[in-house]
Design a binder for this molecule. Structure first.
Ligand SMILES: [Zn+2]
Length: 318
């Protein structure tokens, strides 16, 4: 399996770049149609009964039995009439923005990873000036383990400040628009040579901060790499510019905190600012950067954390 030695894979602090969702909508007044045949006075009292102060509610959390590596989709209902602030979901010391997905319905993605502790996660939804506590049971999962032996002094290539900064900025992107639609397609036709979440021992010592932050595809050298979903190309880097670890690289912003990075490319076919559709050619498999053989590393990130794209590939999160 191609070996990656990525200092850039150290979790990066999550910065809040999202902007408050600006969108106006009117809550439908269902009581009105009933009320039209009644006198105004009665209609007014009906409206008062039909609009209790229910405000903030946690409607659902998916998937139903989440395990480490999954993306938690938290849907909350908020009746905020002026809609000045979208709700958010807090887990630990991280706050995740929720985005409007339907009438009065907002969704936040809470990432989980092999570095997290399984168990009952206590979360807090905030919105409408209200706070709702809820608990999600996140199950444990066993990830494959690799044992790597490195000769002394061969710690591998380290990333340049340029690539660290560019990639960190890329992963922290949270744009309010949702660009993807439905399930993601595979970015390369080759077989998967390394799944998400593989843990490692280096010279017998467990690397407690390491996990394979992506999925590797063993397509042949020069085979097409395509966008798995629609999005904006926001990062195109090259070895010549200093992308020593990532190699030639493309980063796509799928919106609402969902991003994908495509590494070790032999060439890139897009430029920053391009909008790509699913299946559109973005580059070709190579072995540039810290790579020991031709492969694609697809890093899939939700709110700055590398999560398992499997669910996004199969059923999709829409
Ligand atoms: Zn990889």
């Amino acid at each position: 399996m191609p070996v990656l030695l990525l200092k850039s894979l150290i979790p990066l602090s999550f910065t809040h770049h999202w902007t408050a969702l600006i969108s106006s909508y009117k809550q439908p007044l269902q009581a009105l149609s009933i009320a039209t045949s009644l006198t105004l006075g009665i209609a007014a009292s009906l409206l008062a009964i039909a609009s209790p102060a229910k405000a903030l509610q946690v409607l659902r959390v998916e998937p139903q039995n989440p395990k480490l590596g999954d993306t938690l989709s938290v849907v909350v209902q908020s009746d905020n009439q002026d809609n000045s602030t979208a709700p958010s979901v807090k887990m630990g010391n991280k706050t995740y923005p929720a985005f409007l997905i339907g009438t009065n319905e907002y969704r936040a993605f809470v990432p989980t990873s092999p570095l997290n502790q399984a168990g009952n996660w206590k979360m807090v939804a905030t919105g409408d000036g209200e706070v709702k506590n809820f608990t999600v049971n996140v199950r444990s999962r066993s990830f494959p383990v690799q044992r790597i032996n490195l000769p002394p002094g061969k710690a591998g290539v380290s990333a340049t400040p340029l690539e660290l900064n560019r990639v960190a900025a890329f992963k922290s992107l949270v744009t309010p628009q949702k660009f993807w639609n439905g399930a993601f397609i595979k970015p390369n036709a080759g077989r998967i040579s390394s799944i998400y979440g593989v843990r490692r021992y280096y010279n017998g010592v467990f690397a407690k901060d390491y996990y394979h932050r992506g999925v590797d595809y063993a397509g042949g050298y020069g085979s097409p790499v395509v966008a798995p979903a629609a999005g904006r190309v926001v990062l195109v880097g090259s070895v010549a510019q200093g992308f020593r670890v990532h190699g030639n690289v493309v980063g796509i912003d799928h919106g609402q905190g969902v991003t994908g990075i495509f590494m070790h490319l032999s060439r890139t076919n897009v430029k920053e600012g391009d909008f790509v559709q699913p299946g559109q050619l973005i580059g070709a498999i190579g072995s540039t950067g810290a790579s020991t053989g031709p492969h694609l590393h697809w890093g899939f990130y939700v709110n700055g954390v590398s999560v398992d794209p499997t669910l996004w590939r199969s059923s999709g999160l829409n």
